[in-house]
Design a protein around this ligand. Structure first.
Ligand code: SAH
Length: 352
């Protein structure tokens, strides 16, 4: 049993079962024992790998989409180039390298990173030394906001509800024989799921991310007031349906309640919830990642990079291109949604 397991079990013994969201918050973000607080989980030696760690092309194309949005909006002379949950800082480093040739962009950009893990902040500072760090989005400056979030929203805690004839039962974490287990609360009507009564039936599972609407509203208000754009990339779909909770350790799935703080726990992102919170900014249509990257020219970029490669590195490069774009890999499981202000075109690669 981990130290965090004991802390959570003691809390439940004292105050009763907790929601899945409360469990995830501790398991991922506990300042001393949380999964992200205690390690760098990315890469082949870690528990999972993300698009920017697969190929530099991902960050390069994101950078060009954001730079095009900056040009489309009249090249504001000072703006917040922002990333939520930057991991190792690889994506932001690729964005900065790819946009070096865009006249005026680097001088106007002030880099802001929203990250709670001090371990990962240290890792990010190695690649992005001149950034300003934030615990959450509320302290971002009142400036045009050009933002990317890749695999950030999937790490936010969710609540999970099971539909039954008398309302909804919520998944709760309890203790049995000194083991953390998932149980269900008594069924009750849940106001925040009233809009899901019509399109679900008994037995269906619906997830809700409590932190998401406020984060999106904070970003959208800045984009609407000062200009900017947001690219939100994650796995998920338009409307939450089904149990998507997943725990990963050493690139393999494990029981999310087994080793609290030792596994990455995620859930699919409900992009409709992002769209619903997007006002006063506008949101784009949801695009599969593969389509988005193709529209931005990933195949051309892949050919250019391939010219200088041979042998194993060339094989790896071809595999990385496929992994990012192919429908049977990340190409259609991952989706992209953009936010942008009234009167501006949508970010390059996305449709209004
Ligand atoms: N975007 C990176 C890393 C994804 S992992 C990549 O694509 O490689 C998730 C990242 O979000 C980590 O940096 C993690 O520490 C951070 N994170 C998770 N929950 C967070 C929260 N509530 N607030 C701020 N950062 C968070």
């Amino acid at each position: 049993m981990t130290k965090l397991h004991d802390l959570i079990a003691a809390r439940i013994a004292a105050t009763g079962p907790i929601t899945l969201a409360d469990y995830m918050a501790d398991a991922l973000m506990h300042p001393d024992h949380g999964y992200y607080a205690t390690r760098d989980p990315l890469g082949a030696a870690g528990d999972f790998i993300t698009a920017p760690e697969i190929s530099q092309m991902f960050g390069e194309l994101i950078g060009l989409s954001l730079a095009q949005a900056w040009i489309d909006q009249g090249q504001p002379s000072a703006f917040a180039l922002t990333e939520l949950g930057p991991g190792r800082g690889t994506l932001m480093a690729d964005i900065l390298r790819a946009t070096r040739g865009v006249a005026g962009f680097a001088d106007a950009a002030h880099i802001h990173l929203v990250e709670t893990s001090s371990t990962l902040r240290t890792e990010q500072a190695k690649r992005i030394p001149n950034a300003t760090w934030h615990d959450d989005v509320t302290t971002l400056p009142d400036q045009p906001l050009f933002l990317v979030a890749n695999e950030f929203f999937d790490a936010l805690p969710i609540r999970q509800f099971h539909r039954n004839p008398n309302g909804w039962s919520e998944v709760q974490v309890a203790v049995q024989d000194n083991t953390l287990i998932a149980g269900l609360s008594a069924a009750a009507p849940i106001v925040l799921l009233d809009h899901r009564v019509k399109d679900t039936k008994a037995g269906d599972v619906v997830e809700h991310c409590p932190a998401l609407p406020t984060i999106i509203q904070t970003i959208s208000q800045r984009i609407a007031a000062h200009g900017g754009a947001a690219l939100i990339i994650d796995y998920g779909d338009w409307r939450s349906l089904g149990d998507t909770l997943q725990a990963m350790k050493n690139h393999a799935p494990i029981n999310p309640f087994a080793d609290a703080g030792e596994a990455d726990i995620t859930a699919h992102v409900d992009f409709e919830a992002i769209a619903n919170a997007a006002a006063p900014a506008k949101h784009t249509r949801l695009s599969p990642q593969g389509v988005f990257l193709e529209r931005l020219g990933i195949t051309q970029r892949a050919h250019t990079l391939a010219k200088n490669l041979s042998g194993d590195p060339l094989d790896q490069h071809i595999a990385a291109h496929r992994r990012l774009t192919h429908p049977s890999e990340m190409g259609s499981l991952f989706k992209v949604l953009g936010l942008y202000p009234n009167g501006a075109p949508p970010p390059a690669g996305l449709e209004p």
